[in-house]
Design a protein around this ligand. Structure first.
Ligand code: FAD
Length: 361
């Protein structure tokens, strides 16, 4: 059987999921190379900072919506029967204010907050809240069953699944995407490189995608359990501030968010923003602290991550760069987990197309 050598550049949720999906094909020999790995916490590495939950935001007809739709079945399968992956179901309640429609967070959540969204037939238990159920100050609300992923368990689990299937994972810092071909563990050049560098795609030689930019997210991780996953369309504290609460599986704590600060590269938590986040979350769900205010929050850590945004949405395309076939899979903004399997499978399909008859599926 002829081997197809693939190097995946990047070990975030997109790189590892893509490597995992390829590792199921018998004649692909896959290497993952990256500067950052599961276990690292770094401002250049978005994946550990995510909540992470499933809250679809792709516009109907976009590749993102397709990826989100195609990802739900796998996340649901993991939450149902692969408990060691650190993914669990949570009921998600959303509250919408019409006045947020034109704010940064309102635009981000526009599809999510609809009362008739495309994803209503994808997730279980979707329903529109009755007037009595909508909190005062909000115009409408919806609820559905989502998942929350404990990224501290899930990323190592993904890496472990790759290793089990023979993927070789190693460290490297690259300046040019075509260089990745030289990192294949066989010692021979890879036939295909997959570019899963997230925000790194902005500066990576051979790519330098100017449509990529950061959207800063700040979170507070606490030990308190709110008993519900919930988000609102916006706040009165600023157009780019948000309020969301999700409880991670397997002792991962509860993530309180947040914000969507476009073009901010600031890596340090802003203490004033942290207080606003905690106040808003406790106001929204007083049960977080049993009605005792933010002083009763037990903080595990404050965190900042940069979402790898891309104007036009995620890029999943093939391209020959300096004689090397490259499949791009980056630019997943604030939705890299909820679109991960759909996007990885789309990238894997492009790899199959390049491999042509050599691909044995
Ligand atoms: P990254 O995780 O950033 O990984 C990039 C990889 O490429 C790293 O391994 C890095 O070392 C490597 N790399 C880059 N350049 C180079 C180079 N030159 N040489 C070598 N290696 C390189 N998404 C959801 O679906 N649900 C959520 O609830 C959610 N919540 C979020 C909350 C916050 C606060 C943040 C910040 C993000 C959130 N996200 C969420 C978004 C999600 O985290 C990202 O979309 C996702 O992590 C992007 O993954 P990635 O693999 O593309 O990039």
């Amino acid at each position: 059987m002829s081997e197809i050598k693939v190097t995946v550049l990047g070990a975030g949720v997109l790189g590892l999921t893509t490597a995992l999906q390829l590792s199921h094909r018998p004649n692909y020999k896959v290497t993952v190379v990256a500067k950052h790995m599961p276990g690292d916490y770094d401002i250049e590495y978005a994946s550990p900072w995510a909540g992470a939950n499933y809250m679809p935001v792709g516009k109907p007809g976009s590749n993102l919506a397709t990826f989100e739709r195609d990802t739900w079945p796998e996340l649901s399968r993991l939450a149902t029967g692969v408990l060691e992956a650190g993914v669990h179901f949570q009921e998600n309640v959303l509250y919408n204010r019409k006045k947020d429609a034109t704010t940064a967070t309102g635009e981000w959540f526009a599809e999510l907050m609809r009362t008739d969204p495309w994803y209503k037939d994808v997730v279980p238990n979707f329903r529109v809240l009755s007037k009595d159920e909508v909190k005062p100050g909000y115009d409408s609300g919806t609820a559905f069953r989502s998942v929350c992923i404990n990224t501290a368990i899930y990323l190592p689990w993904l890496a472990g699944q790759c290793l089990k299937n023979g993927v070789i994972i190693k460290r490297g810092i690259l300046t040019d995407v075509a260089q990745a071909a030289g990192f294949h563990h066989s010692g021979q050049p890879a036939d295909i490189v997959i570019n899963c560098t997230g925000l790194g795609a902005l500066k990576l030689g051979g790519v330098e995608d100017k449509a990529v930019y950061p959207a800063r997210g700040q979170i507070v991780v606490v030990r308190n359990d709110p008993g519900v996953m919930t988000s609102v369309s916006g706040t009165d504290d600023g157009s780019d501030e948000a309020t969301y609460i999700m409880h991670r599986a397997g002792g991962g704590g509860c993530v309180l968010g947040g914000c969507l600060q476009k073009d901010s590269w600031e890596s340090q938590p802003d203490p004033n923003l942290a207080i606003r986040i905690m106040k808003r979350c406790v106001e929204l769900v007083p049960a977080l602290t049993g009605g005792r205010g933010i002083e009763a929050l037990s903080v595990i850590r404050h965190g900042v991550g940069l979402r790898p945004m891309r104007t036009g949405g995620p890029r999943v395309e093939k391209e020959k760069i300096n004689g090397v076939w490259v499949v791009h899979n980056y630019g997943h903004g604030g939705y890299g987990y909820q679109s991960s399997y759909g996007s990885a499978n789309a990238a894997a399909k492009l790899v199959d197309e390049i491999a042509g008859p050599k691909a044995k599926l």
